[in-house]
Design a binder for this molecule. Sequence first.
Ligand SMILES: C[S@@+](CC[C@H](N)C(=O)[O-])C[C@H]1O[C@@H](n2cnc3c(N)ncnc32)[C@H](O)[C@@H]1O
Length: 381
Amino acid sequence: MPAVVVVKNVQVINETTQSTVDVRRERLMMRAFQSPLVGPLLRRLANPQHIVEEGMAFWSSRLMLTAVERGVFTLLAQGPLTAEEILDELGWHPRAGITALDALAAAGLLRRDKSGRYSNSGRASLFLCRDKPSYIGGLMELSSTRLYDLWSGLDDLLRTGTPAAEEEQGENEFFDALYRDPAALRTFLSGMTGISTGEVTLLAARFPWKRFGSFTDLGCAQGALSVRVALTHPHLHGTGFDLPVVEPIFTDYVKSFGLDDRLQFVGGSFFTDPLPSAEVFSFGHVFHGQSREGRRELIAKARDALPRGGALIVYDAMTPPRKSGLQFQSLLSSLNIMLETRDGYETTTTDCADMLRASGFGSVKVRHLIGPTSMVYGFKA
Ligand SMILES: C[S@@+](CC[C@H](N)C(=O)[O-])C[C@H]1O[C@@H](n2cnc3c(N)ncnc32)[C@H](O)[C@@H]1O
């Protein structure tokens, strides 16, 4: 017998009496979903798994960041090890440690052989071992120690427009505050190499470098652009320009490639000091941290310092004009820089090209590099 439910002003949820859902429709949909004929197609179209994975992406992110930070891949660069040996070396507890190693194997970053020994997969071996020049794990280390927690402030950013980074809530001195801690300085600069190596490798091939003999990379960090451009074009001499505290880290990196005869460092601020002269200037991931006014000022300063015919290159995670998957990454990057700085944002390639033209650059070109990053360049008329 159906239950008798007497509730004032409340809809009764009881299939035999009244229902708030269209039960007939629900049953039809369920049958279609369960059907061996149309079910597989429907399950593909209406699968919530993708949404679940996006929502829970912080699980895999946290696992990967921790593995890089704790040096799992760097440890395995010496050769395969058993789970016991790895846990012993890392000081991990077997209860979670073995599951973490297996999860990294399931994610394709580790391999496990029949005898149970773990080794790096090809891409982990190339990109996640600290001692290799192709290491991009600095970005993960930076994210683990800095960005991961900053993103918890997204809700506040959305309500207030104020960055989560504490130093940005007081004096606007992002780099001074960050660089006060020598470990943070190194992690940040190596993280920048992680972000930029793929981009500048392509930039070295997609800009007409043959026409020029010298360049200055403004805000050079560890020197990813200088190194990749100099390796690609043996005729070029380059300068890395950055805050003075960056010098030893730039110099070590450049020396490790044997390029110290063609690449030099000059310390200073691109806002207050003269720019080291060159035929090409570049700003990589510098504009995204600046206000519109700051960008205008830097473009004008570069233009004034360039010889006629000289070039300015700007690259950032700029949003491409047409809708594409790249937009998502670029917009996320924009939120990231808003969490870090008071004035920063990622612009569009069109806007950046317009700014160069408005400042007197001609033959302005937009070229996609890799992932969400594009470069815009123009020549001083
Ligand atoms: C986000 S990082 C980009 C690094 C590098 N261009 C890249 O794309 O990987 C910004 C760089 O600009 C430098 N920088 C910040 N303010 C500067 C200033 N006022 N003068 C010179 N360099 C500055 C920072 O030290 C840092 O290396």
